[in-house]
Design a binder for this molecule. Structure first.
Ligand code: TRP
Ligand code: ZN
Length: 868
């Protein structure tokens, strides 16, 4: 074991000893020896004449202070300590770095033939020695020098102010960003691209040049990203009153990228997955993903860049808020109900699972070893739910007043989550004292609700108990302020007005105590309550609904989300019952009433097709696993497959009729067409389980004129193990083997293949010419899908799945620890499996722990998992 990495604590925050007003960077780009010259204007901010600069893997060439070579420094682990400094000085640091040897994809690296950077969270320190912390904001000027033929485009943040020729066929471009920013928002790109250009006129009349850079030959895959960007700019003006603030906005698509995309000021760098799309290469899901991520990065320009984070513990300040904004953007442009359903699925599935794992942390963490480990579902998605709860409590108007005050107070500075909540509170007058606990307390609250109806007094009461179970890092939990949105229905489906003591009561109840009873008057008959409408808080809800009540809500609730949720609760009851049955050797079964309820949803012509598709979708294996302390992997898989088969055979005629009626001749990507394809392909997924499945799926594959229908056919063949599967897979690979991004869909299907020999095929697929463990997208699609979406094979009792994961993790620990650290998550959840599986997983974690070069990313997670 190498030296133990040190943890940082939120409580230890100290303001910077120095400020840097300006930094002038020059990059002399070469594959293996790039020379970086950084000229900074530094001012002492306290009384220390010592300055710590972060740096990692740098070759220091020279240091000078006010034009004099400086020798008062020490190169230490993780940085450079400069001593005996004047109060105010110009610092010149020259370093040498190796972009081509950089497989971690942090700092300056090469993706394909292009140079690019990734500096969030702490990547800038791999470029030069600097105060690499988000509360040091400087004006950046950047000069990029490179070979003109190979790198005709030289890009950085802000405006291009000068350019010229250098020796040996090299050229240079100088960029200046007028907005002071922390180093994590710095970006540089050099390469040869095709460019899609457009422009946008802001509300106040500023003309903005829009440029999307893609690999040569990919121009026909860029228009959707451009449309999404223009829609984002417009939406942020209309809904938030926020305008863009530079004359140019650039987006570059790269193939090697650890995450989705990055909001660098004026120069976003994107995983090509979230830019490139045409009807032959991308599915509807890809199109919607591009819209959401383009929006997300654009919205960061205000929530993240104009107001940034004081320290990385505050990450949710920008991420939770920006996810909230991108969710609202997608909901305003498309179907609000469908968007909400998909976001809630993420919380109830993977986020709840993270809350229950050894990595459980509050949306504002208290302790971090590797910051990259905290770009989590909790910080992002639960963080967004926390913003959404404030929106629910304040209303749109109060919330927008809060945003306005937040920008008035903090524009151009580095702020905290507390600053944000205070602005919301001060602007609206709503007391958020107890609400603040959502920032510091981890874990998933559980609400147990009981109801009583008094015939004599015509009163209906709801008693709500809240408990947040202990998490690994936090044993004591307090009651939270939970906005609990409800509605009551009479037996005819009419809405019962909520009153208490003669006063009207709002639909959103303020649950604040460990136990609380709400009494409603003038309720003429025993009502059916619709609870936690719109998933008004990220909690688990327990209420003892009868099947009849859930079927009633599926058809009568006024709100689409509530109807879907009732359907999910009904399915959940049957899934649990059937797991017990399967465990005692019985067959999977469903009641007539349940089958009829889903038939009713399928045939309800008043519902949007996209919404019906959601109504008919079963929870994932992962979500169901979250309901159990110890999960029976095989029984859950059997039950989910069994329920799908029963619905397929019982509803075959209706599914078939719907499937054929929704055929579209032309491919269009408007939301209505997307919804119709979604329902049609959901029907296909069920029909694949019936006798006609193989022929139907084969025919769809053969006649598909777009990637959505192609992948739907392949995925149905894969999930139901149809005879045509091999042919379709071979045909697809033949057609797309040259295109890694398109092959990702194929790798994903191999990874999630439920066949007994899946692992063998996955190992073979690693030899496919399009595969490389160096590429994060390829790795996530083949290996990630095996670990996350192939429960029966990954958790096979032989331990072969775990062993395979362990080997891959050891390789990635050397080449790309950030990707390794994301991949390991399923192994951290070992406590959820039986003893045999637990000890097999433990052995793999211990093997990793024993490595003498274990990266701190994996160290943090492995040690937490083994500590549990
Ligand atoms: N800020 C980016 C986003 O949310 C996240 C991100 C992109 C990131 N690349 C990264 C975070 C690399 C850590 C490391 O859009
Ligand atoms: Zn973000």
């Amino acid at each position: 074991m190498a030296t133990q990495p040190l943890a940082k604590y939120r409580k230890d925050y100290q303001s910077p000893t120095h400020l840097i007003s300006d930094i002038d960077l020059t990059f002399d780009l070469h594959d293996n020896a790039t020379i970086v010259t950084a000229v900074s204007k530094v001012n002492q901010a306290g009384d220390s004449d010592e300055l710590w600069l972060d740096g990692e893997g740098l070759k220091l060439v020279s240091v000078s202070v006010n034009d004099t070579a400086w020798s008062e420094y020490a190169e230490e682990e993780g940085g450079l300590r400069l001593q005996s400094l004047p109060e105010s000085f110009e610092l010149v640091i020259v370093t040498e770095i190796d972009p081509e040897g950089n497989t971690a994809l942090e700092g300056l690296y090469k993706s394909g033939g292009a140079f690019c950077t990734q500096c969030e969270a702490e990547g800038f320190r791999r470029i030069t020695y600097y105060m690499d912390r988000p509360d040091v904001l400087a004006k950046f000027t950047t000069t990029v020098i490179a070979d003109e033929k190979v790198y005709p485009f030289l890009l950085s943040n802000g405006n291009r102010i000068e350019e010229g020729k250098a020796d040996d066929g090299r050229h240079w471009v100088k960029w200046q960003d007028p907005h002071p920013k922390p180093a994590y928002l710095f970006a540089l790109v050099a390469g040869d691209f095709d460019v899609l250009r457009d422009s946008y006129k802001t509300q106040s009349g500023r003309d903005v040049a829009l440029e999307i850079f893609v690999d040569k030959g990919n121009l026909d895959r860029a228009p959707h990203a451009m449309t999404s960007l223009i829609n984002s700019m417009k939406w942020d003006e209309e809904r938030f009153g926020l305008e863009y603030d530079l004359d140019i906005y650039m987006i570059v698509a790269v193939d090697f990228f650890n995450m989705g995309a990055m909001e660098n000021k004026g120069l976003n760098i994107f995983n090509s997955k979230f830019v490139l799309a045409n009807d032959q290469t991308a599915t509807d899901t890809d199109y919607l993903g591009i819209e959401a991520v383009i929006g997300h990065e654009y919205f960061h320009n205000w929530t993240g860049n104009r107001v940034t984070c004081r320290d990385w513990f505050q990450l949710s300040l920008k991420e939770g808020l920006t996810v909230f904004r991108d969710q609202e953007f997608s909901s305003d442009l498309g179907s609000r109900a469908v968007n909400r359903i998909n976001n809630v699925r993420i919380i109830r599935g993977p986020q709840f699972a993270e809350d229950a794992s050894p990595m459980s942390h509050p949306i504002r963490p208290d302790k971090v070893i590797e910051m990259n480990n905290f770009y989590t579902l909790t910080v992002y998605e639960k963080g967004s739910e926390v913003i959404r709860m404030m929106h629910t409590l304040l209303g749109e108007e109060g919330f927008q007043a809060g945003m306005k005050l937040y920008f008035e107070r903090h524009d151009g500075t580095a702020a905290t989550c507390e600053n944000f909540v205070s602005a919301m509170e001060d602007a609206s007058g709503v007391d958020l004292t107890q609400f603040r606990l959502w920032y510091s307390q981890s874990g998933t609250p559980e609400l147990t609700v009981t109801s009583e109806y008094h015939e004599a007094t015509k009163q209906f009461s709801l008693t709500i108990k809240q408990v947040t179970p202990a998490t690994q890092e936090q044993s004591e939990k307090q009651p939270l302020h939970i906005p609990f949105d409800i509605e009551l229905y009479d037996s005819k489906g009419g809405v019962v007005g909520l009153t208490s003591n003669g006063e009207p009561v709002a639909n959103v109840l303020n649950v604040t105590d460990a136990e609380q009873t709400f009494v409603f008057d003038d309720v003429a008959e025993k009502p059916v309550p619709s609870l936690l409408r719109e998933f008004s808080a990220p909690v688990k809800l327990h209420y003892d609904y009868s099947d009849e009540e859930l079927v009633f809500l599926m058809t009568h609730a006024r709100n689409d989300f509530a109807r879907w949720d009732a359907g999910q609760m009904l399915l959940a009851k049957y899934i649990r019952d059937n797991v017990t049955k399967v465990q005692s050797g019985e067959n999977v079964s469903l009641s007539e009433q349940v089958i009829d309820a889903f038939r009713g949803a399928l045939l309800d012509s008043s519902l949007e097709p996209a919404f019906i598709a959601e109504m008919l979708s079963l929870p994932s294996h992962n979500e169901v696993s979250g309901w159990y302390d110890i999960v029976d992997v095989d029984a859950v898989a059997k039950v989910l497959g069994g329920i799908k088969s029963i619905l397929a055979s019982e509803l075959e005629d209706e599914l078939s009729a719907t499937y054929h009626s929704l055929k579209q001749v032309e491919y269009k990507i408007d939301h209505d067409s997307i919804g119709r394809r979604a329902l049609r392909n959901t029907c296909l997924g069920f029909l694949a389980k019936t006798e006609q499945g193989n022929e139907l799926v084969k025919a769809q594959y053969q006649h598909a004129n777009n990637m959505t229908d192609t992948i739907a056919a392949m995925s149905a063949a894969n999930q139901s193990q149809l005879a045509c599967r091999e042919d379709l897979m071979a045909d697809y690979s033949d057609k797309w083997k040259h295109d890694g991004l398109v092959m990702d869909k194929w790798f994903n299907l191999q990874g999630s293949n439920p066949a007994d020999n899946a692992l063998e095929v996955i190992k073979e697929s690693m030899n496919h010419p399009a595969f490389s463990l160096k590429n994060p997208n390829r790795t996530r699609n083949l290996i990630g899908s095996f670990l996350n979406q192939n429960p029966v094979n990954f958790h096979n009792r032989s331990g072969e799945g775990y062993k395979f994961a362990g080997e891959i993790l050891q390789t990635l620990n050397d080449s790309n620890p950030q990707v390794a650290s994301r991949l390991i998550d399923p192994l951290l959840k070992l406590a959820k499996y039986d003893d045999q599986r637990k000890s097999l997983i433990k052995a793999e974690l211990e093997a990793l722990q024993g490595l003498d070069n274990l990266a701190k990313d994996l160290f943090e997670k492995v040690s937490k998992a083994l500590e549990a």
